[in-house]
Design a protein around this ligand. Structure first.
Ligand code: GDP
Ligand code: IMO
Ligand code: MG
Length: 417
Protein backbone atom coordinates (compact mmCIF):
# COMPACT_ATOMS: atom_id res chain seq x y z
CA UNK A 1 0.00 0.00 0.00
CA UNK A 2 1.42 3.35 -1.00
CA UNK A 3 -0.12 6.68 0.01
CA UNK A 4 -0.96 9.48 -2.39
CA UNK A 5 0.30 12.98 -1.66
CA UNK A 6 -2.02 15.98 -1.36
CA UNK A 7 -0.83 19.02 -3.24
CA UNK A 8 -1.13 22.77 -2.64
CA UNK A 9 -0.49 25.11 -5.51
CA UNK A 10 -0.91 28.86 -6.14
CA UNK A 11 -3.40 29.73 -8.92
CA UNK A 12 -2.65 33.43 -9.48
CA UNK A 13 0.57 35.53 -9.33
CA UNK A 14 1.72 34.28 -5.92
CA UNK A 15 0.91 35.44 -2.39
CA UNK A 16 -2.51 33.80 -2.54
CA UNK A 17 -2.26 32.62 1.08
CA UNK A 18 -0.64 29.22 0.46
CA UNK A 19 1.23 29.41 3.79
CA UNK A 20 -1.96 29.68 5.83
CA UNK A 21 -3.54 26.65 4.13
CA UNK A 22 -0.37 24.54 4.25
CA UNK A 23 -0.10 25.30 7.96
CA UNK A 24 -3.78 24.43 8.44
CA UNK A 25 -3.48 21.13 6.55
CA UNK A 26 -0.13 20.26 8.13
CA UNK A 27 -2.08 19.52 11.30
CA UNK A 28 -3.36 16.35 9.64
CA UNK A 29 -0.24 15.41 7.64
CA UNK A 30 3.00 13.68 8.66
CA UNK A 31 5.26 15.35 6.08
CA UNK A 32 5.26 18.71 4.27
CA UNK A 33 7.44 18.80 1.17
CA UNK A 34 8.46 21.92 -0.77
CA UNK A 35 9.12 21.27 -4.45
CA UNK A 36 10.13 24.50 -6.24
CA UNK A 37 11.34 28.09 -5.94
CA UNK A 38 13.74 29.60 -3.48
CA UNK A 39 13.78 32.42 -0.94
CA UNK A 40 11.88 34.60 -3.42
CA UNK A 41 8.84 33.02 -1.76
CA UNK A 42 7.41 34.58 1.39
CA UNK A 43 4.73 32.67 3.26
CA UNK A 44 3.21 34.47 6.24
CA UNK A 45 1.53 32.42 8.92
CA UNK A 46 -0.35 33.83 11.89
CA UNK A 47 -0.96 31.71 14.97
CA UNK A 48 -2.52 33.59 17.89
CA UNK A 49 -0.50 36.79 18.32
CA UNK A 50 2.62 35.35 16.65
CA UNK A 51 3.45 35.97 13.00
CA UNK A 52 6.02 33.89 11.10
CA UNK A 53 7.56 34.68 7.71
CA UNK A 54 8.85 31.57 5.96
CA UNK A 55 10.81 31.62 2.72
CA UNK A 56 12.39 28.21 2.22
CA UNK A 57 11.49 26.11 5.23
CA UNK A 58 8.21 24.29 4.50
CA UNK A 59 5.21 25.75 6.30
CA UNK A 60 4.77 22.46 8.17
CA UNK A 61 7.52 23.54 10.55
CA UNK A 62 4.99 25.25 12.84
CA UNK A 63 3.33 21.92 13.57
CA UNK A 64 5.63 20.00 15.93
CA UNK A 65 4.45 16.62 14.63
CA UNK A 66 5.02 17.36 10.92
CA UNK A 67 8.37 16.61 9.27
CA UNK A 68 9.64 18.83 6.48
CA UNK A 69 11.38 18.02 3.22
CA UNK A 70 13.02 20.51 0.82
CA UNK A 71 13.09 18.79 -2.56
CA UNK A 72 15.55 18.78 -5.46
CA UNK A 73 13.42 21.28 -7.42
CA UNK A 74 14.31 24.05 -4.98
CA UNK A 75 17.26 26.47 -5.23
CA UNK A 76 18.62 26.97 -1.73
CA UNK A 77 20.64 29.90 -0.45
CA UNK A 78 22.57 28.48 2.53
CA UNK A 79 23.14 31.83 4.22
CA UNK A 80 19.43 32.73 4.08
CA UNK A 81 18.35 29.22 5.02
CA UNK A 82 20.57 29.22 8.10
CA UNK A 83 19.11 32.57 9.18
CA UNK A 84 15.58 31.25 8.72
CA UNK A 85 16.38 28.13 10.75
CA UNK A 86 17.32 30.31 13.73
CA UNK A 87 13.62 30.97 14.45
CA UNK A 88 13.10 27.31 15.37
CA UNK A 89 14.51 24.85 17.93
CA UNK A 90 15.03 21.16 17.40
CA UNK A 91 14.94 20.93 13.64
CA UNK A 92 17.17 17.86 13.79
CA UNK A 93 15.14 14.84 12.71
CA UNK A 94 12.30 16.90 11.25
CA UNK A 95 13.99 18.77 8.42
CA UNK A 96 15.55 17.09 5.38
CA UNK A 97 17.26 18.80 2.44
CA UNK A 98 17.72 17.16 -0.94
CA UNK A 99 21.34 16.56 -1.92
CA UNK A 100 20.18 17.30 -5.49
CA UNK A 101 18.74 20.78 -4.74
CA UNK A 102 20.86 23.51 -6.32
CA UNK A 103 22.90 25.93 -4.26
CA UNK A 104 22.17 29.64 -4.67
CA UNK A 105 25.21 31.70 -3.67
CA UNK A 106 25.56 35.48 -3.16
CA UNK A 107 26.96 35.98 -6.67
CA UNK A 108 23.66 34.76 -8.14
CA UNK A 109 21.91 37.70 -6.50
CA UNK A 110 24.55 40.09 -7.89
CA UNK A 111 23.98 38.70 -11.39
CA UNK A 112 20.18 38.94 -10.98
CA UNK A 113 20.41 42.59 -9.93
CA UNK A 114 22.91 43.44 -12.69
CA UNK A 115 20.62 41.91 -15.34
CA UNK A 116 17.64 43.82 -14.02
CA UNK A 117 19.62 47.08 -14.21
CA UNK A 118 20.66 46.24 -17.78
CA UNK A 119 17.04 45.61 -18.80
CA UNK A 120 16.04 49.13 -17.73
CA UNK A 121 12.30 49.69 -18.26
CA UNK A 122 11.94 46.08 -19.45
CA UNK A 123 13.03 44.78 -16.01
CA UNK A 124 11.03 41.82 -14.70
CA UNK A 125 10.87 43.29 -11.21
CA UNK A 126 12.47 40.19 -9.68
CA UNK A 127 12.97 39.84 -5.97
CA UNK A 128 16.70 40.34 -6.66
CA UNK A 129 17.50 37.16 -4.73
CA UNK A 130 19.34 35.39 -7.55
CA UNK A 131 16.61 32.92 -8.50
CA UNK A 132 16.93 33.27 -12.32
CA UNK A 133 20.75 32.91 -12.37
CA UNK A 134 20.67 29.91 -10.00
CA UNK A 135 18.11 28.05 -12.13
CA UNK A 136 19.97 29.25 -15.24
CA UNK A 137 23.16 27.60 -14.02
CA UNK A 138 21.24 24.41 -13.26
CA UNK A 139 19.80 24.19 -16.76
CA UNK A 140 23.12 25.19 -18.37
CA UNK A 141 24.70 22.37 -16.33
CA UNK A 142 27.18 24.64 -14.58
CA UNK A 143 25.38 24.74 -11.22
CA UNK A 144 26.39 23.26 -7.88
CA UNK A 145 24.27 20.89 -5.84
CA UNK A 146 23.71 20.79 -2.10
CA UNK A 147 25.43 17.41 -1.88
CA UNK A 148 28.65 19.13 -2.95
CA UNK A 149 28.61 21.23 0.22
CA UNK A 150 29.74 18.10 2.03
CA UNK A 151 33.17 18.54 0.39
CA UNK A 152 33.96 22.30 0.71
CA UNK A 153 37.51 22.04 -0.73
CA UNK A 154 36.30 20.43 -3.93
CA UNK A 155 33.37 22.82 -4.28
CA UNK A 156 35.65 25.84 -3.75
CA UNK A 157 37.83 24.68 -6.65
CA UNK A 158 34.75 24.23 -8.84
CA UNK A 159 33.45 27.71 -8.07
CA UNK A 160 36.87 29.25 -8.77
CA UNK A 161 36.85 27.49 -12.17
CA UNK A 162 33.27 28.70 -12.78
CA UNK A 163 34.39 32.28 -12.24
CA UNK A 164 37.42 31.85 -14.52
CA UNK A 165 35.12 30.55 -17.27
CA UNK A 166 32.63 33.42 -16.90
CA UNK A 167 35.20 36.21 -16.30
CA UNK A 168 34.54 38.39 -19.37
CA UNK A 169 30.78 38.28 -18.76
CA UNK A 170 31.02 38.89 -15.03
CA UNK A 171 33.50 41.76 -15.52
CA UNK A 172 30.96 43.46 -17.80
CA UNK A 173 28.23 43.03 -15.18
CA UNK A 174 30.43 44.15 -12.28
CA UNK A 175 30.19 40.78 -10.54
CA UNK A 176 33.30 40.18 -8.44
CA UNK A 177 34.97 36.79 -8.09
CA UNK A 178 35.02 35.63 -4.47
CA UNK A 179 38.34 35.39 -2.64
CA UNK A 180 39.30 31.70 -2.65
CA UNK A 181 40.31 31.47 1.02
CA UNK A 182 37.19 33.33 2.17
CA UNK A 183 35.00 31.16 -0.06
CA UNK A 184 36.39 28.02 1.55
CA UNK A 185 35.62 29.36 5.03
CA UNK A 186 32.12 30.34 3.89
CA UNK A 187 31.39 26.90 2.41
CA UNK A 188 32.85 25.14 5.47
CA UNK A 189 30.43 27.16 7.60
CA UNK A 190 27.50 26.05 5.42
CA UNK A 191 28.61 22.44 5.73
CA UNK A 192 28.79 22.71 9.53
CA UNK A 193 25.30 24.22 9.75
CA UNK A 194 23.49 22.19 7.08
CA UNK A 195 25.50 18.99 6.57
CA UNK A 196 23.45 16.87 8.95
CA UNK A 197 20.20 17.81 7.15
CA UNK A 198 21.37 16.94 3.62
CA UNK A 199 20.17 13.56 2.39
CA UNK A 200 18.69 11.62 -0.53
CA UNK A 201 15.13 12.93 -0.25
CA UNK A 202 13.99 11.06 -3.39
CA UNK A 203 14.55 7.73 -1.63
CA UNK A 204 12.90 9.22 1.42
CA UNK A 205 9.79 10.23 -0.54
CA UNK A 206 9.43 6.68 -1.83
CA UNK A 207 9.94 5.20 1.65
CA UNK A 208 7.38 7.45 3.34
CA UNK A 209 4.84 6.79 0.60
CA UNK A 210 5.38 3.06 0.91
CA UNK A 211 4.95 3.43 4.69
CA UNK A 212 1.55 5.02 3.95
CA UNK A 213 2.43 8.35 5.59
CA UNK A 214 0.19 11.40 5.01
CA UNK A 215 2.09 13.75 2.76
CA UNK A 216 1.43 17.35 1.75
CA UNK A 217 3.30 18.93 -1.17
CA UNK A 218 3.82 22.69 -0.85
CA UNK A 219 4.09 24.87 -3.94
CA UNK A 220 5.59 28.34 -4.05
CA UNK A 221 4.78 31.30 -6.31
CA UNK A 222 1.74 30.86 -8.57
CA UNK A 223 0.58 29.45 -11.90
CA UNK A 224 0.79 32.79 -13.73
CA UNK A 225 4.47 33.01 -12.68
CA UNK A 226 5.29 29.53 -14.05
CA UNK A 227 8.23 29.47 -16.47
CA UNK A 228 6.12 27.78 -19.20
CA UNK A 229 2.49 28.57 -18.38
CA UNK A 230 2.78 32.07 -16.93
CA UNK A 231 3.19 35.51 -18.50
CA UNK A 232 6.69 34.92 -19.91
CA UNK A 233 9.14 36.64 -19.59
CA UNK A 234 7.51 38.25 -16.53
CA UNK A 235 7.67 35.01 -14.56
CA UNK A 236 9.92 33.24 -12.12
CA UNK A 237 12.38 30.57 -13.28
CA UNK A 238 10.80 27.39 -11.95
CA UNK A 239 7.90 25.04 -12.64
CA UNK A 240 5.41 26.36 -10.12
CA UNK A 241 2.44 24.28 -11.36
CA UNK A 242 1.48 20.87 -10.01
CA UNK A 243 3.68 19.03 -12.57
CA UNK A 244 6.67 20.61 -10.79
CA UNK A 245 5.86 18.57 -7.69
CA UNK A 246 6.80 15.38 -9.53
CA UNK A 247 10.11 16.56 -10.98
CA UNK A 248 10.89 18.63 -7.88
CA UNK A 249 10.59 15.71 -5.47
CA UNK A 250 11.23 12.61 -7.57
CA UNK A 251 7.70 11.24 -7.44
CA UNK A 252 5.41 10.29 -10.33
CA UNK A 253 1.98 11.58 -11.43
CA UNK A 254 0.24 8.55 -9.96
CA UNK A 255 1.60 9.51 -6.53
CA UNK A 256 -0.46 12.72 -6.48
CA UNK A 257 -3.77 12.70 -4.60
CA UNK A 258 -6.03 15.71 -4.00
CA UNK A 259 -4.94 19.01 -5.57
CA UNK A 260 -5.98 22.15 -3.71
CA UNK A 261 -5.48 25.39 -5.64
CA UNK A 262 -5.13 28.58 -3.62
CA UNK A 263 -6.66 31.82 -4.92
CA UNK A 264 -7.53 35.18 -3.44
CA UNK A 265 -11.15 36.39 -3.74
CA UNK A 266 -9.57 39.22 -5.77
CA UNK A 267 -6.13 39.34 -7.42
CA UNK A 268 -2.65 40.75 -6.82
CA UNK A 269 0.71 40.80 -8.54
CA UNK A 270 4.20 42.00 -7.46
CA UNK A 271 6.74 43.04 -10.06
CA UNK A 272 6.14 43.88 -13.71
CA UNK A 273 4.14 42.21 -16.48
CA UNK A 274 0.54 41.98 -17.66
CA UNK A 275 -2.32 41.95 -15.17
CA UNK A 276 -5.57 42.62 -17.09
CA UNK A 277 -7.89 43.10 -14.09
CA UNK A 278 -5.57 45.53 -12.26
CA UNK A 279 -7.34 48.50 -10.63
CA UNK A 280 -5.32 51.71 -10.67
CA UNK A 281 -7.78 53.98 -8.82
CA UNK A 282 -9.43 54.10 -5.38
CA UNK A 283 -10.69 50.52 -5.53
CA UNK A 284 -7.15 49.21 -6.04
CA UNK A 285 -5.94 51.36 -3.13
CA UNK A 286 -8.73 50.04 -0.91
CA UNK A 287 -7.84 46.42 -1.73
CA UNK A 288 -4.16 47.15 -0.97
CA UNK A 289 -4.99 48.83 2.33
CA UNK A 290 -7.61 46.30 3.52
CA UNK A 291 -5.52 43.32 2.37
CA UNK A 292 -2.19 44.69 3.69
CA UNK A 293 -0.86 43.97 0.24
CA UNK A 294 2.86 44.55 0.77
CA UNK A 295 5.32 41.77 -0.07
CA UNK A 296 6.56 39.40 2.67
CA UNK A 297 9.96 39.09 0.99
CA UNK A 298 10.67 42.56 -0.42
CA UNK A 299 8.07 44.83 1.26
CA UNK A 300 7.03 46.12 -2.20
CA UNK A 301 3.39 47.27 -2.57
CA UNK A 302 1.43 44.64 -4.47
CA UNK A 303 -0.59 45.64 -7.54
CA UNK A 304 -4.27 44.91 -6.84
CA UNK A 305 -7.35 44.18 -8.93
CA UNK A 306 -10.41 41.99 -9.37
CA UNK A 307 -10.72 38.20 -9.55
CA UNK A 308 -9.85 37.01 -13.06
CA UNK A 309 -12.05 34.01 -13.90
CA UNK A 310 -10.38 33.49 -17.30
CA UNK A 311 -6.87 33.17 -15.85
CA UNK A 312 -8.36 31.01 -13.09
CA UNK A 313 -9.88 28.50 -15.54
CA UNK A 314 -6.46 28.27 -17.21
CA UNK A 315 -4.84 27.62 -13.81
CA UNK A 316 -7.46 25.04 -12.77
CA UNK A 317 -6.84 23.06 -15.97
CA UNK A 318 -3.04 23.27 -15.96
CA UNK A 319 -2.86 22.07 -12.35
CA UNK A 320 -5.71 19.54 -12.31
CA UNK A 321 -7.31 21.33 -9.36
CA UNK A 322 -9.85 19.29 -7.34
CA UNK A 323 -10.87 22.12 -5.04
CA UNK A 324 -10.10 25.80 -4.65
CA UNK A 325 -9.32 27.52 -1.35
CA UNK A 326 -10.69 31.05 -1.69
CA UNK A 327 -8.62 33.36 0.50
CA UNK A 328 -9.06 36.86 1.94
CA UNK A 329 -12.81 37.06 1.33
CA UNK A 330 -12.91 39.59 4.21
CA UNK A 331 -10.80 42.04 2.17
CA UNK A 332 -13.85 42.59 -0.07
CA UNK A 333 -16.00 43.53 2.97
CA UNK A 334 -17.58 46.98 2.58
CA UNK A 335 -17.48 47.25 -1.24
CA UNK A 336 -20.86 48.24 -2.74
CA UNK A 337 -20.13 46.08 -5.75
CA UNK A 338 -17.51 43.45 -6.49
CA UNK A 339 -16.30 42.83 -10.03
CA UNK A 340 -15.07 39.67 -11.77
CA UNK A 341 -13.24 39.53 -15.11
CA UNK A 342 -15.33 37.01 -17.08
CA UNK A 343 -13.71 37.31 -20.54
CA UNK A 344 -11.05 39.31 -22.41
CA UNK A 345 -11.27 41.47 -25.47
CA UNK A 346 -8.35 41.02 -27.86
CA UNK A 347 -8.26 42.85 -31.23
CA UNK A 348 -11.98 43.65 -30.93
CA UNK A 349 -12.89 39.99 -30.31
CA UNK A 350 -14.17 38.46 -27.08
CA UNK A 351 -12.16 35.43 -25.94
CA UNK A 352 -12.46 33.17 -22.91
CA UNK A 353 -8.92 31.77 -22.71
CA UNK A 354 -5.47 33.13 -21.83
CA UNK A 355 -3.93 34.42 -25.08
CA UNK A 356 -0.26 34.16 -26.12
CA UNK A 357 0.42 37.69 -24.87
CA UNK A 358 -1.82 38.72 -22.00
CA UNK A 359 -0.60 42.30 -22.51
CA UNK A 360 -3.09 42.55 -25.41
CA UNK A 361 -6.12 41.60 -23.29
CA UNK A 362 -8.71 44.09 -21.99
CA UNK A 363 -10.96 42.73 -19.23
CA UNK A 364 -14.72 42.33 -19.60
CA UNK A 365 -16.37 42.53 -16.19
CA UNK A 366 -19.49 41.28 -14.49
CA UNK A 367 -20.58 43.02 -11.26
CA UNK A 368 -21.93 41.42 -8.12
CA UNK A 369 -23.57 43.11 -5.11
CA UNK A 370 -21.20 43.56 -2.16
CA UNK A 371 -21.66 42.79 1.55
CA UNK A 372 -20.83 44.27 4.96
CA UNK A 373 -18.80 41.72 6.86
CA UNK A 374 -17.34 38.25 6.45
CA UNK A 375 -14.26 38.77 8.62
CA UNK A 376 -13.76 35.96 11.12
CA UNK A 377 -16.79 33.94 9.90
CA UNK A 378 -16.18 30.20 10.37
CA UNK A 379 -19.32 28.59 8.85
CA UNK A 380 -20.62 28.94 5.29
CA UNK A 381 -24.20 29.42 6.51
CA UNK A 382 -23.11 32.44 8.58
CA UNK A 383 -21.84 34.35 5.51
CA UNK A 384 -24.03 37.19 4.13
CA UNK A 385 -26.26 36.00 1.27
CA UNK A 386 -24.49 38.22 -1.28
CA UNK A 387 -21.10 36.74 -0.31
CA UNK A 388 -22.53 33.22 -0.71
CA UNK A 389 -23.90 34.17 -4.14
CA UNK A 390 -20.47 35.58 -5.15
CA UNK A 391 -18.75 32.31 -4.17
CA UNK A 392 -21.34 30.18 -5.97
CA UNK A 393 -21.01 32.36 -9.09
CA UNK A 394 -17.21 31.90 -9.03
CA UNK A 395 -17.64 28.13 -8.71
CA UNK A 396 -19.88 28.10 -11.77
CA UNK A 397 -17.43 30.25 -13.76
CA UNK A 398 -14.33 28.18 -12.96
CA UNK A 399 -16.09 24.83 -12.93
CA UNK A 400 -14.54 23.77 -9.61
CA UNK A 401 -15.71 23.44 -6.05
CA UNK A 402 -14.57 26.11 -3.60
CA UNK A 403 -14.04 23.76 -0.67
CA UNK A 404 -12.19 26.13 1.67
CA UNK A 405 -12.90 29.81 2.39
CA UNK A 406 -10.60 31.97 4.49
CA UNK A 407 -11.91 35.01 6.35
CA UNK A 408 -8.83 36.30 8.23
CA UNK A 409 -5.10 35.52 8.57
CA UNK A 410 -5.86 33.43 11.69
CA UNK A 411 -5.47 29.65 11.44
CA UNK A 412 -8.98 28.99 12.79
CA UNK A 413 -10.85 31.58 10.67
CA UNK A 414 -11.29 29.04 7.91
CA UNK A 415 -14.52 27.61 6.51
CA UNK A 416 -14.34 23.99 5.33
CA UNK A 417 -17.31 23.01 3.16
P1 GDP B 1 1.68 32.94 0.21
O1 GDP B 1 2.95 33.44 -0.37
O2 GDP B 1 0.76 32.36 -0.81
O3 GDP B 1 1.88 32.02 1.38
O4 GDP B 1 0.94 34.24 0.78
P2 GDP B 1 1.60 35.43 1.63
O5 GDP B 1 1.85 34.94 3.00
O6 GDP B 1 2.74 36.05 0.91
O7 GDP B 1 0.45 36.51 1.56
C1 GDP B 1 -0.83 36.27 2.08
C2 GDP B 1 -1.10 37.27 3.22
O8 GDP B 1 -2.47 37.28 3.50
C3 GDP B 1 -0.41 36.93 4.52
O9 GDP B 1 -0.04 38.11 5.18
C4 GDP B 1 -1.48 36.19 5.32
O10 GDP B 1 -1.33 36.33 6.73
C5 GDP B 1 -2.70 36.92 4.86
N1 GDP B 1 -3.93 36.13 4.82
C6 GDP B 1 -4.09 34.81 4.53
N2 GDP B 1 -5.39 34.48 4.53
C7 GDP B 1 -6.07 35.62 4.81
C8 GDP B 1 -7.46 35.94 4.92
O11 GDP B 1 -8.35 35.12 4.72
N3 GDP B 1 -7.78 37.24 5.22
C9 GDP B 1 -6.84 38.19 5.40
N4 GDP B 1 -7.24 39.43 5.68
N5 GDP B 1 -5.53 37.93 5.31
C10 GDP B 1 -5.15 36.67 5.02
P1 IMO C 1 5.15 33.28 -2.96
O1 IMO C 1 5.62 31.85 -2.78
C1 IMO C 1 4.69 36.79 -5.52
C2 IMO C 1 7.68 37.36 -8.65
C3 IMO C 1 8.56 38.57 -8.52
C4 IMO C 1 8.79 38.89 -9.99
C5 IMO C 1 8.89 37.49 -10.63
C6 IMO C 1 10.31 37.01 -10.84
O2 IMO C 1 5.29 34.11 -1.73
O3 IMO C 1 3.79 33.31 -3.54
P2 IMO C 1 12.15 36.09 -9.16
O4 IMO C 1 12.83 36.77 -7.99
O5 IMO C 1 11.43 34.84 -8.81
O6 IMO C 1 13.07 35.92 -10.33
O7 IMO C 1 11.05 37.17 -9.63
O8 IMO C 1 8.20 36.62 -9.75
N1 IMO C 1 7.65 36.45 -7.49
C7 IMO C 1 6.64 36.38 -6.60
N2 IMO C 1 5.52 37.12 -6.52
N3 IMO C 1 4.91 35.76 -4.65
C8 IMO C 1 6.01 35.00 -4.75
O9 IMO C 1 6.21 33.89 -4.00
C9 IMO C 1 6.97 35.32 -5.74
N4 IMO C 1 8.16 34.82 -6.09
C10 IMO C 1 8.57 35.50 -7.19
O10 IMO C 1 7.94 39.61 -7.84
O11 IMO C 1 7.65 39.51 -10.52
MG1 MG D 1 4.10 35.19 -0.50
Amino acid sequence: MSSKADLIVGLQWGDEGKGKIVDHMAQTHDYVCRFAGGHNAGHTIVIGDKKYALHLIPSGVLNPSAKNIVGNGVVLSPVDFIEEMEQFDNLEGRLFLSDKAHVLLPYHAQIDQARERMKGDKAIGTTGKGIGPAYGDKIARIGHRLGELLNPEKLTAKIVAYFAMNKPLFDAMGVEAPNEAELLVELQGYKDALGSFITDTTQMMWEIMDADKKILLEGAQGTMLDIDHGTYPYVTSSTTVSAGACSGLGINPKDIGKVTGIAKAYCTRVGNGPFPSEEFGDEGDTLRKNGHEFGTTTGRPRRCGWFDAVAMRHAVRVNGVDQVALMKLDVLDGFDEVKVCVAYEVDGKEINYVPYDLEDATPIYKSFPGWDKTEGVRAFDDLPDTAKSYIEALEAMIGTKIGIISTSPEREDTIIR
